[in-house]
Design a protein around this ligand. Sequence first.
Ligand SMILES: NC(=O)c1ccc[n+]([C@@H]2O[C@H](COP(=O)([O-])OP(=O)(O)OC[C@H]3O[C@@H](n4cnc5c(N)ncnc54)[C@H](O)[C@@H]3O)[C@@H](O)[C@H]2O)c1
Length: 370
Amino acid sequence: MSGSLPIEQVRGLRPAHTENHHDRTGRTPKLDGIAVVGLGYWGPNWIRNLHQLRCARRLIACDLDAARCEHIEALYPGVATTASFEELLNDSGLDAMVIATPVSTHYRLARMALEAGKSVLVEKPLAMSCRESADLVRLSREQGRTLMVGHTFLYSAPVLKIHELIEAGELGDVLYISSTRANLGLFQHDVNVAWDLAAHDISIILMLMGRLPDSVSCQGQSHYGQAVENVALLTMHFPNNVIAFVHVSWLDPNKIRRTTIVGSRKMLVYDDTMPQEKIRVYDRGVNVHRYYDTYGEFHFSYRYGDIQIPRIEESEPLRVECQHFVDCISDGTTPHTDGLDGLRVVSVLEAANLSLRENGRTVPVDRTAV
Ligand SMILES: NC(=O)c1ccc[n+]([C@@H]2O[C@H](COP(=O)([O-])OP(=O)(O)OC[C@H]3O[C@@H](n4cnc5c(N)ncnc54)[C@H](O)[C@@H]3O)[C@@H](O)[C@H]2O)c1
């Protein structure tokens, strides 16, 4: 997992900014052809980045919905569009595909793309089960093709900064993590809010902790007659009493993107809705002393120290991710968010789903495949 990577390797992610603009002056694009499948809410962001970075000689946009294809044609006259996924499979000049379709279609489309010899980036979460995810990992290895997952936050500068601070021991031992990701909408039809939103927090927490939790419990509720929960609270249990809470909702008056990490030395708050100064490190904590005269009793004193705001040079995470995908294909290197990383996140989601169906029972995380 990316969490086990040395920090310099994680930080070695190229901030995809100016370099590729030189491509306009004649540098050869790294790929012959790349396609984006799914041009709904998220896919056009992939088109924009691939177009601006000039990653491939040909960029093709695919959607079953003709209106979405027309939308992209209007924005990017040089980008070819098609409604036919099969056409992409048979296109021998196409090196890679980005699958940005609804989650329930990920496995089927990614499998066909890998079988056709394409490298594939699948948006998060990789698939709907560990079995499907493990099958994609196996197939990508057999085919010798890159399989990457769109865990976009693992390419964001604030998250990489937090990872760096934890690895450097700045916070001490992590005691607990609490994360909220809430807003009004966008309701999905095929997956619940945990699969849609908590996938981000889980990917971040697995990287920060550098391991899978031992077990997960999850509670949630659906309020609009579908069998799809629109609010959920997921609890991840790690060794040494470390616990992580993830609250996700499509039914909240405010957009909240806030993670608190409490360490034995310091505490950190990451607010991704802030335009700048997204991270604050609080030199606050609790000191525990044993009373001299009363055996077995403890006295707590509270420390209120300085607050630091680390300087972060931000670039669009999706742009960094996009460049990384293309670099991995052309250099033959393993992505930071490879298929196994996708499988780990799905293993937590799968356990959470089982727990949801059983009123929040604590469910062990399946590690057999990872
Ligand atoms: N990484 C991120 O930060 C991030 C953010 C948002 C969404 N996503 C992910 O992106 C994916 C798409 O989400 P969305 O909100 O854009 O969904 P959406 O429903 O808005 O768009 C999906 C599009 O896929 C098209 N489609 C479906 N099946 C197809 C097929 N077989 N061939 C071609 N086109 C097909 C639909 O017509 C639709 O236009 C999901 O996996 C989601 O989890 C990732």
